[in-house]
Design a protein around this ligand. Sequence first.
Ligand code: SAH
Ligand code: SF4
Ligand code: F3S
Length: 479
Amino acid sequence: MELSHLILNNESEVRKNFNRLSNDKKVYVETYGCQMNFSDTEIVLSVLSKNGYNETSDIEESDVILLNTCSIRENAENRIYSRLGDLIKYKKRNPDLVIGILGCMAERLRKDLLQKKKIVDIIVGPDEYRKVPELIENSVEKGEKGIAVKLSRTETYDDITPLRREGITAWLSIMRGCDKFCSFCVVPFTRGRERSRSFINITEESKRLYDEGVRDIWLLGQNVNSYKYEEYDFADLLKNVAAAVPGMRVRYITSHPYDLSDKLLETMAEYDNICKYIHLPIQSGSDRILKLMNRLYSVKEYMRVMLKAREMMPGIGLSTDIISCFPGETDDEHKMTLDVIREIEYDSAFTFVYSPRENTKAFEMTDTLDEETKKQRLDEIITLQREISFKINSALTGSVMPVLVETLSKKSEDNFMGRTDCNKSVIIPRNFSSVDMSGNLINTGFIKAGELINVEITGANSATLFGNPVRKNETLSKS
Ligand code: SAH
Ligand code: SF4
Ligand code: F3S
């Protein structure tokens, strides 16, 4: 099948190694939370593969089950508690099964997990993944409960090649941790202090990924704009990567409005292969609430950056995160958030109801809003954003846009999913034929992952575009 040639050489190296060392232990991993966690899972799998563990997608045959967890909101943690309940049956069937909690919950709820959740054998925080094999072994051989949750000021896993799944998209962690301490957020506590990976190594890894068939990389960090390595900042890094791999589409996530510099916008505008897309969480449209959130910018400053981005890069995709119902948010302040959404007209927005998190500053603030009001405010934001997204997407109908073909569509093997430069997903038929105005066949063929093709947009909903290939243009695929 088409995708087979895209298996990463490096990954196959790791896989080969791993087969040689295999002790036939099978590990099953479920990942929750943000892209950083997904990227971390690839690091854990790489560490495990060097110690003879094989990944399995079949939980029934696993010797080790790992849940890489998220603590960002209460419901993220509840999901894991309920999942642990489901896992009891596997442990009953196989008492030697090792169950591990990785990620942000391991960091935040270590005691609770160890004392109250008897089925958990190992607990490993985000900076201690090198210890996972040793902790598993101690659990199997000595029946020891293992816990490793120290946060590091230096760990970036710079020397570990993540065990990536085949595909044309790859995540590349460039920094870890967060020093912003927004008053509502657990991340500075679960991920520790900011630290950045080597400038040279990130660039070299991007080049290697290109040679291995990857055509789309996401530079990842909790706050990529805080990237700092020697004299280089994030704009320098982005420029260097974009110039080193001109055939690679380069994107990044997430940025904090406080340090999104004009230099970064200029770099984005300068390079065709840097995706014209910014995800910039605003959180609230009220300056008073932003201050209480410790977000370090005003609505006016935020708008200046977004409008400048649009002016410099017309058609750029803009998205955001919003926290509705922060403690003490008034109805007027809620309306201010709606106003900003109307004014900016985001392509999309991720909206959450504020969730109190122990040990954060906001946890001390009194939450006065009732559940009905919370639901109503959230609904209003979601409905408004949906209308705007639908309007923007519908206006693209009839236009022709370059689309990088990524994977088979989740819903049907007859379709591929690709993305535009401004990060909109487009569903395209896998086999296509098109006719000109007189009914003559002008184009027919198959689409492959990794190709950049021109697509005529034929339909849209608020989340997705639908289209047909018009003609093949430059291909990013090596074969
Ligand atoms: N580092 C990123 C955010 C990571 S968390 C940034 O600052 O942009 C992703 C989103 O989760 C945040 O942007 C915020 O909107 C939401 N979030 C974080 N803590 C939350 C909480 N306590 N309650 C509700 N939403 C929260
Ligand atoms: Fe959390 Fe704020 Fe850091 Fe984002 S910038 S991870 S919201 S503390
Ligand atoms: Fe969740 Fe941790 Fe990411 S709390 S959002 S998995 S950094």
